[in-house]
Design a protein around this ligand. Structure first.
Ligand code: ZN
Length: 231
């Protein structure tokens, strides 16, 4: 319970040893009927552990969620695969599947979101610029590149209206006009960037996974039917 981890506080942006001040662990168990002993036996355990970390710099609390299960283990160490992410403050969706340079730029933006709004806006703009380059967008401005991707269907068409705001804000940031960056505008820009990144990088991956699971289920069904016909 009292372990300390070096983590980045997304309230103040400091990377610092944060003490775990409270924890809650939840477990769900899957059972399977065992013919030999004639009752249900546990076959898999799924864990979720919520940890409350206190930042020694700003004194605020962040909540981390760590999840793992007993179905997959590391082939060498034998440890389960843990998946840790912050769920409060609301950082972002699953960042681990973003390309490294996109992730780096986006993380830089999030780290300063409560410290320097102008730099946060610039970093969000950079995040989108890198994403556009990766996706082969053409155009001499971020707006035109986003429009290109929107026309191609890489990002939803509706987003291209909001992109104009991003472009304007990015330019203002570069000219050092701090005054216009209130917290609400920054939050909206982060949400916008998050939606774009999820759509471009995470959604196709998630759809592939669902398709794979459905194909697997269909195969299992056919196999069972074949087994039935044999017996
Ligand atoms: Zn802090």
């Amino acid at each position: 319970m009292s372990d300390t981890k070096i983590l980045t506080c997304f309230h103040c942006g400091n990377k610092t040893p944060m003490e775990c001040v409270n924890q809650y662990k939840d477990v769900e168990v899957d059972y399977c009927y065992d013919d030999e002993i004639g009752k249900d036996v546990p076959v898999a355990e799924y864990y979720e552990e919520y940890s409350f970390y206190k930042c020694p710099v700003c004194q605020r609390i962040s909540i981390g969620l760590n999840s793992w299960d007993t179905t997959v283990f590391h082939p060498v160490t034998g440890d389960p695969f843990e998946d840790f992410r912050f769920i409060y403050p609301n950082v972002t969706a699953d960042m681990k599947h973003l390309p490294e340079d996109v992730k780096g730029a986006y993380e830089s933006a999030l780290k300063v979101k409560n410290i320097d709004h102008a730099i946060c806006a610039l970093s969000l703009r950079r995040t989108l610029e890198i994403m556009c380059k990766q996706k082969g967008a053409k155009g001499d401005s971020l707006y035109k590149k986003l429009k290109f991707l929107s026309d191609k269907g890489t990002i939803p068409p509706i987003l291209d209206n909001i992109s104009l705001i991003i472009k304007d804000l990015g330019n203002e940031a570069a000219h050092g006009d701090e005054a216009i960056f209130d917290k609400n505008i920054i939050d909206s820009m982060i949400r916008f960037t998050n939606i774009v990144l999820e759509y471009v990088y995470l959604l196709p991956r998630e759809l592939k996974r669902i398709q794979f699971e459905m194909e697997l289920r269909e195969e299992e069904k056919q196999q069972k039917e074949q087994e039935k016909q044999v017996t």
